[in-house]
Write a protein that binds this ligand. Sequence first.
Ligand SMILES: NC(=O)C1=CN([C@@H]2O[C@H](COP(=O)(O)OP(=O)(O)OC[C@H]3O[C@@H](n4cnc5c(N)ncnc54)[C@H](O)[C@@H]3O)[C@@H](O)[C@H]2O)C=CC1
Ligand SMILES: O=C([O-])CC(=O)C(=O)O
Length: 332
Amino acid sequence: MAKEPVRVLVTGAAGQIGYALVPMIARGVMLGTDQPVILHMLDIPPAAEALNGVKMELVDAAFPLLKGVVATTDAVEACTGVNIAVMVGGFPRKEGMERKDVMSKNVSIYKAQASALEQHAAPNCKVLVVANPANTNALILKEFAPSIPAKNITCLTRLDHNRALGQISEKLNVQVSDVKNVIIWGNHSSSQYPDVNHATVNTAAGEKPVRELVKDDAWLNGEFITTVQQRGAAIIKARKLSSALSAASSACDHIRDWVLGTPEGTWVSMGVYSDGSYNVPAGLIYSFPVTCRNGEWTIVQGLSIDEFSRKKLDLTAEELSEEKALAYSCLS
Ligand SMILES: NC(=O)C1=CN([C@@H]2O[C@H](COP(=O)(O)OP(=O)(O)OC[C@H]3O[C@@H](n4cnc5c(N)ncnc54)[C@H](O)[C@@H]3O)[C@@H](O)[C@H]2O)C=CC1
Ligand SMILES: O=C([O-])CC(=O)C(=O)O
């Protein structure tokens, strides 16, 4: 029997990431090639015409899984009945703007959209925040949508996770699909800590630790970390635009693994509401290693954290605590 369609909201759908993301969703990359979808696309009035153009292209592409498209500038219409919400919409930093100005614009957007989701989304709607500052926007969304379970509100650090897999695969000249269990800890910002201490590579001789194969701790503790931390900026420098296809693809990975489960023996990185695991302060949206099963994520427990890692986990937590305070000061 054919499955019932799932309603997927993409905010900021007329933007760069939106344009890459909606065809992936309509092709089954996010929820599976047997899962029909109805796309809800939200953008702001100045982008309404462009948004309508995206809708026209979705019709023209004749995706068999796509059972409907809602394209709107009304947050309530956009959020009504959605099962999954991918929050890409936001205010980008413009010339002359301070960090606080961007934060202020975005946290008020996320406060308002929290209410629309809380009141109109389907029960148990899963939320992924992509727009920057992703962790803090997700936290504000959570705080202003108290009836949505905290477990349902996450932010995207899967792009950073995938960037780390990519760097290791290039360094070792192995298939990226043979590398697993890197971890992104903390903020989706340059303070994040990409950790390979538990990562492995599938080789002809079985699974081997990344550190043993790379045999270059100076690279792993130095250039590797900064390359992943700075990759977003490097893409902007090269493209004059920020990452879009990789962000869209990673957003699909995030939701797919969350909904359909992570493979046995594999974890992924997700920004989730901290419960104090690994002595990360509770009450932040912080990226942890997680496994997913039956639509729920669980933080991987019991990993050893050495002194080098401890400092890095704490540093990115501090930045998130400061962002949280700044966000609240913008709202008051
Ligand atoms: N977490 C991650 O890994 C990544 C996050 N990002 C972030 O994703 C966001 C989107 O990036 P792009 O698509 O490149 O930006 P973009 O500027 O091309 O698109 C953003 C869209 O959001 C819309 N928008 C603005 N305010 C809105 C509101 N209140 N409601 C709905 N839509 C609204 C804009 O009109 C625009 O169409 C940015 O904040 C960017 O920094 C980008 C790459 C990776
Ligand atoms: O750096 C940016 O502005 C975009 C971003 O979040 C990324 O590419 O990771």
